[in-house]
Design a protein around this ligand. Sequence first.
Ligand SMILES: *Cc1c(COP(=O)(O)O)cnc(C)c1O
Length: 380
Amino acid sequence: MRTIQMVDLQTQYRHIQQDIDAGIREVIDSAAFVKGPKVGEFAEHLASWLGVKHVIPVGNGTDALQIALMSLGLSAGDEVITPSFTFVATAEAAAVLGLKPVLVDVNPDSFNIDVEAVRRAITPRTKAIVPVHLFGQCADMQAILEIAREHHLRVVEDACQAIGAEYRFADGHIAKAGCMGDMGCTSFFPSKNLGCYGDGGAIFTNDDALAERATQIANHGSKVRYHHDMVGLNSRLDALQAAILDAKLPHLEEYTKARQAAAAYYDKALAGNEHILLPWRDEKSTHVFHQYTLRLVGCNRDRVRELLAADGVPSMVYYPVPLHLQEAYANGKWKMENGKWGCPVAEELSRCVLSLPMHTELDEEQLQYICAAVVREVES
Ligand SMILES: *Cc1c(COP(=O)(O)O)cnc(C)c1O
């Protein structure tokens, strides 16, 4: 049996090596490493795959979030509502801009932002909601967009874990993750569902004016070279990464299916165990399984994790400390906002979640071995 990894990028590369190598060679031959034609080509291909008007490539997912928030023209002290149970970048992007990340609780089943908690957190200073489509399943966008409309708020989706996930609105309309709010953000970090071989990210939007602003901000606030109309930053996807992503994009659907097949195997093999709650499926969203995350009950999660490691089964805890309890966000100037409602669900999840190996190359022998180990160790 091949060694089990959380993410197996080596095997994935071997299957598409010719295309990747050809793309890299083309960029090196052209010597157009920064802002070369490859970057624009990839952005166009991705936009048409997503069915969104604009894809703006940037340096990474965190930059994508920051630039999206900058494009909205918010002012220092404006409040941005975001879930406490997420990767830190979501709140960090607001905090570095002097905006107030207001961290709210999540639903225990979906792991996604609790829309009632969003409603409770709205104040006259609230300007935006940043929902996260955590682990690959969309947040309740119907409700979030309704709240935003009602209170004149902007919505920036953190779709870093959910590229390709599809959300179905009540009227039957279907849209892809990151393409429903004012803007959406994704990351091409190597382990993400569409990952490059370094750092990368992108912003999605159907709004021409926001696309223009974001493009300008990512380019030192400049439209005409050496003329700077606004304060921007330097954030770009490099051409080698764009070539790698352009070679991988045609495989994204097949990669998603491979993840879903692995998830279906886990679901079946782990069903009915009193210590295991399987990932919940929202009928409004497809799940692209960036992570396959269990909730363990009536056993010691951290001990199970150690026993699994000894069995040769890696696992991870996403996330062990919710953001409202992190030193940087729990104290000082955010204490009031973030302590107000509490996030008991996020705290409980941080104690009981366990993510199993999830990638495009898991074979049946590995899945069978992992499931047998999980069942054995949660009982021990
Ligand atoms: C990965 C990730 C980010 C940040 O992406 P980087 O490319 O690493 O900057 C932001 N939000 C979430 C939810 C993520 O998973």
